[in-house]
Design a protein around this ligand. Structure first.
Ligand SMILES: [Zn+2]
Length: 182
């Protein structure tokens, strides 16, 4: 699976992350299916409160309205425009999903009321004041975690994540081997 990230959303993230400092912030990813297995992040919702330096819990109530407005704007065309998943920041840790992150994502895809057959998790962190580092994974009920590549829309340039940040090389782990950082 591939994610396309428009520069407007990059900007939204860099400014919000700068403002949030060491506090984790997060929200929902709303996307458009571009072609098989390729989604564009069309919009994000943002919750700036409720996070600490090592923890973020999304309050579903705060995101209902913007999600609903997104569906209205896109004509309730759920095949093409839909909930893509979750995002949050890791200002103090690498952009790897923690065990808590992984657990809550499997809860989302296993929840029949949500009805999402997959959900992505994107974790962002400021690399510099104006640039981002990120990692993205997709979760499907009953399947191992899978890495997703994120590309800047138009530029087609892959965004560097923790895997390319000059850490010591380790043997390739299986996709289920996403390590915890907390
Ligand atoms: Zn996390």
């Amino acid at each position: 699976m591939k994610l396309l990230l428009p520069s407007a959303i990059m900007l939204q993230w860099t400014s919000a992350l700068n403002a949030a400092g060491r506090r984790e912030i997060g929200g929902v990813l709303l996307g458009e299916l571009i072609k098989t297995d390729t989604f564009k992040i069309s919009e994000i919702t943002m919750q700036k409160k409720g996070g600490t330096f090592c923890h973020f819990v999304r309050d579903p109530k705060l995101h209902e309205k913007p999600i609903h407005r997104f569906f209205e704007r896109t004509g309730h065309n759920y095949e093409r425009f839909n909930y893509l998943g979750e995002w949050h920041s890791h200002p103090s840790f690498p952009t790897r999903p923690s065990t808590t992150d992984i657990r809550s994502m499997y809860r989302i895809v296993g929840e029949p009321n949500i009805g999402a057959n997959f959900a992505a998790l994107l974790i962002v962190k400021l690399k510099t004041r104006s640039d981002l580092e990120m990692s993205a994974c997709v979760f499907r009920s009953g399947f191992p975690v899978q890495e997703i590549r994120v590309y800047r829309e138009h530029l087609g340039k892959r965004i560097h994540d923790w895997r390319g940040m000059g850490r010591a090389k380790v043997a390739k782990t299986r996709q289920t081997g996403v390590a915890s950082n907390q």
